[in-house]
Design a binder for this molecule. Structure first.
Ligand SMILES: [Zn+2]
Length: 212
């Protein structure tokens, strides 16, 4: 058996055929020291936030250059579009949490203008029905789908190329029918996206490049 911890904090256990669930549980428990050490490492990496100089939004084919205008006296942080693909951040720009929040809000707004529409198109094309779509800034997930067929999508999808975003949307749409990652689920995904395996790989590779 093998453990894999993604940089987003998702723990995967690779289990050979025929191993019982209780053996898997015992194995994971036996590795708790390793898991804790790795999580600590991840957290300290997450704290090292550097102000992004550029937001490369592959999905929109837009590359934004950021300028920082610090003002120690300011209580707020403001964004202002300053010409073509230039974004001025002024005020408390060294407050990492605030900067992340404000940039996140800006990205959320941009994502809301394109991603739900794309989800609707794909649902229609492949015959899926969903209830509601919400754009959020989850830390560790690209998307999720509830049993009520409500789909949540991450605004950080804007940093990915279109084919990979489509894969994420199709993945969540397939969960409206199969609420698991069974063989039937992946067959359904493959019907809608013949290159899903490659896109899933790219998704993991891209995850490391998101600046926020
Ligand atoms: Zn899934």
């Amino acid at each position: 058996m093998r453990l894999k911890l993604s940089h987003t904090g998702t723990l995967n256990v690779v289990v050979p055929r025929g191993v019982s669930l209780s053996d898997v549980e015992a194995f994971v428990v036996s590795q708790s020291g390793w898991i804790e050490a790795k999580l600590k490492e991840l957290n300290s990496q997450a704290c090292q936030f550097t102000k992004p100089e550029q937001l490369n939004l592959l999905y929109l084919d837009e590359s934004w250059n950021l300028a920082y205008l610090p003002d120690a006296k300011s209580q707020t942080l403001k964004l202002r579009v300053n010409g073509d693909y230039k974004l001025d951040c002024s005020g408390r720009v060294d407050d990492a949490d605030l900067l992340r929040k404000v940039l996140g809000k800006w990205l959320k707004h941009k994502a809301e203008q394109v991603i739900p529409k794309r989800l609707e198109n794909l649902a229609e094309r492949h015959g899926f029905h969903f209830n509601r779509v919400t754009i959020r800034g989850q830390k560790t997930r690209w998307g999720s789908c509830s049993s009520q067929k409500n789909i949540n999508l991450n605004y950080k999808l804007l940093f990915l190329e279109a084919a990979v975003v489509d894969y994420v949307l199709i993945h969540e749409l397939c969960h409206t029918i199969e609420m698991n990652h069974s063989r039937r689920f992946w067959d359904l995904v493959a019907d809608c996206d013949a290159n899903y395996k490659q896109h899933d790989k790219l998704l993991n590779a891209f995850s490391r490049t998101i600046p926020l």
